[in-house]
Design a protein around this ligand. Structure first.
Ligand SMILES: C[S@@+](CC[C@H](N)C(=O)[O-])C[C@H]1O[C@@H](n2cnc3c(N)ncnc32)[C@H](O)[C@@H]1O
Length: 284
């Protein structure tokens, strides 16, 4: 049998995934094929009739099996786009979610001067996506990325350099702010915020493939916020901003935690599904 062309391979993979019930079959098929071919997306349009080599066909079969076993596409291809930038992943990093762009948008919107030499910190930096996206938009800013996972720190550092902001970053292995001193103009965080009892019933792709350290927010999902909001008093300059991602049902809890820690809520931003997704606070 002759080797399938790129267009044939794409169509057949899309069909296989759709028949297996994957709602994003068309996108998944395209990303998996591009990862095998190692070519830009346009190539599928400009050169659809090139046949796959035997190695490419074999590689595509392996990736297809992994997808059929419900491994997320981003994990299979080892990369995910966030804020229009590519982020490499490792087993220790969460796959960046589109909803997290709400944190970046909100922080940018609240900063009075994007050219200012701001000092930022990102607690639970993971792949570094929030910090790197912000540094990309704030050309004079410097940023500290903190994580408790060494693998995440290494991946975040790699992503910062690959996206051209490496020289304005510093990364630290720390349990939240335990090893951090100094004062920041902006603190951002997308901490783990899922209540421990909910973890076993999460979607399989999340439960089996995202690191537990990136998900588990303690008995009620609020433990990291209690720590971070308390630390904000010590770490923010007066007037400094703390912008955090939250679970869709945590806005009320965050409002009361902010009050207990002397922080003023200045915005609750919603995600694309119109859920409260981000809380911005100011240290008076
Ligand atoms: C929900 S993930 C967010 C990752 C990334 N910022 C993003 O938005 O995709 C939370 C991150 O917090 C880190 N983390 C969990 N507990 C921590 C702790 N005690 N101190 C520092 N980082 C922690 C995890 O390793 C993980 O990278």
């Amino acid at each position: 049998m002759s080797a399938p062309t790129r267009a044939q391979a794409l169509k057949s993979l899309r069909q296989t995934l759709a028949e297996a019930g994957f709602e994003t079959a068309a996108l998944d098929a395209r990303l998996l094929l591009l990862s095998v071919l190692k070519v830009p997306a346009m190539e599928l349009i400009t050169n659809p009739d090139l046949p796959l080599t035997p190695d490419e066909s074999e590689h595509l079969r392996t990736l297809t099996q992994r997808r059929l076993a419900h491994e997320p596409v981003a994990r299979i291809v080892g990369e995910r786009e966030f804020w229009g930038l590519p982020f490499a992943l490792s087993p220790e990093t969460l796959v960046p979610r589109p909803d997290t762009e709400t944190v970046v948008e909100t922080a940018l919107d609240l900063l009075p001067d994007r050219q200012a030499p701001l000092l930022m910190a990102d607690f639970g930096t993971g792949s570094g996506c929030i910090l790197v996206a912000l540094l990309h938009e704030l050309p004079q800013a410097m940023g500290l990325g903190v994580d408790l996972s060494l693998g995440a720190i290494e991946t975040a550092r790699r992503n910062a350099w690959a996206n051209g902001v490496g020289e304005r970053t510093l990364f630290a292995l720390s349990r939240w702010a335990e090893a951090v001193s100094g004062r920041f103009d902006l603190i951002v965080s997308n901490p783990p915020y899922i209540a421990s009892p909910v973890i076993p019933i999460l979607d399989r792709e999340v439960r089996e493939h995202d690191p537990l350290l990136a998900l588990d927010g303690g008995p009620d999902g609020l433990e990291p916020y209690r720590i971070l909001l308390k630390e904000a008093q010590r770490l923010l300059v007066p007037g400094g901003l703390l912008v955090v991602e939250i679970g869709y049902d945590q806005a009320e809890d965050l409002t009361s935690l902010a009050g207990q820690n002397g922080l003023e809520i200045i915005r609750i931003a919603h995600d694309l599904s119109d859920n409260p997704r981000c809380v911005a606070m100011r240290r008076p």
